[in-house]
Ligand binder design. Structure first.
Ligand SMILES: [Ca+2]
Ligand SMILES: [Ca+2]
Length: 255
């Protein structure tokens, strides 16, 4: 009897482990629409549902804004606005690799990128992140619109070293679905292993597309990266701390 229970139990455990193994045969779909605790991974990148609200509309320090109806695509570059990426360059620009903050999750170092999506109407406030590629390059202003739908050639968007790809260029394969409400509210965060990035390159490009599985609607989708605070910010913070300590000392001396 006991042996039977153990056998049954180990079958369950193996089945659960198998369910966790990446299934290369079919598309990996990460569905984040179930609530703030949803997560999943595709090709080594981790995706989490988010309802983080940095500071309301207009306060997200975005490096890429993309907007169109139906299908939309874009990437960040200082060289122009090749696809559906939005003017001006304040919100669509290069990002230095050295400026990205690192996060350790289960012993692995990651860079973090956050997506604020905005959808309504037929999309029912959902967004499908259908294509995602990251590149590093020594040049902050590369441009190309030579974007092949040939799923065998992932390097046709020639922006430097390919760091990460979620799926094929034609949008088949893995994708992420998220609840996309509120401008100024992040809907998903993504962690990409630091070891994937070519550290001898200076800049990071992020290419995204949506609309393959759910029509792109409404306002723009915008991306921000978790960055290391600027030295001037640290100076201000430490300066403030110094003032506070000085103030405490004066108070103690007076009392
Ligand atoms: Ca949003
Ligand atoms: Ca939208």
């Amino acid at each position: 009897m006991k042996a039977k229970i153990i056998t049954a139990l180990s079958t369950v455990i193996v089945a659960a482990e198998l369910a966790l193994l990446p299934d290369t045969a079919k598309a990996q779909v990460v569905d984040l629409t179930g609530g703030p605790n949803e997560s999943g991974s595709i090709n080594g990148a981790l995706f989490f549902a988010s309802d983080q609200q940095p500071a309301g509309t207009g306060f997200i320090d975005s490096f890429l804004r993309v907007q169109n109806k139906g299908f939309e695509q874009g990437y960040n570059t200082d060289g122009g606005f090749p696809f559906d990426d939005k003017h001006p360059h304040n919100f669509q620009h290069s990002i230095p690799l050295a400026g990205l903050a690192q996060f350790n999750l289960n012993g692995i170092e990651y860079y973090k990128f956050m997506l604020d999506s905005n959808q309504n109407g037929p999309s029912a406030h959902q967004f499908s992140l259908d294509r995602l590629q990251l590149y590093t390059s020594h040049d902050p202003a590369q441009t190309t619109t030579n974007f092949s739908t040939d799923s065998n050639d992932l390097r046709t968007l020639t922006l430097g070293h390919l760091v990460y790809t979620m799926n094929n260029n034609d949008g088949t394969g893995g994708y992420v679905v998220m609840t996309a409400t509120g401008s100024g509210k992040f809907d998903a965060s993504m962690y990409v292993p630091v070891s994937d990035f070519n550290q001898s390159d200076k800049y990071v490009y992020l290419y995204m597309a949506g609309g393959d599985h759910i029509r792109a609607t409404s306002g723009f989708e915008e991306w921000a990266a978790a960055i290391v605070p600027e030295p001037s910010t640290w100076t201000l913070m430490l300066g403030g701390f110094g003032l506070f300590l000085g103030f405490q000392r004066v108070r103690r001396w007076r009392s």
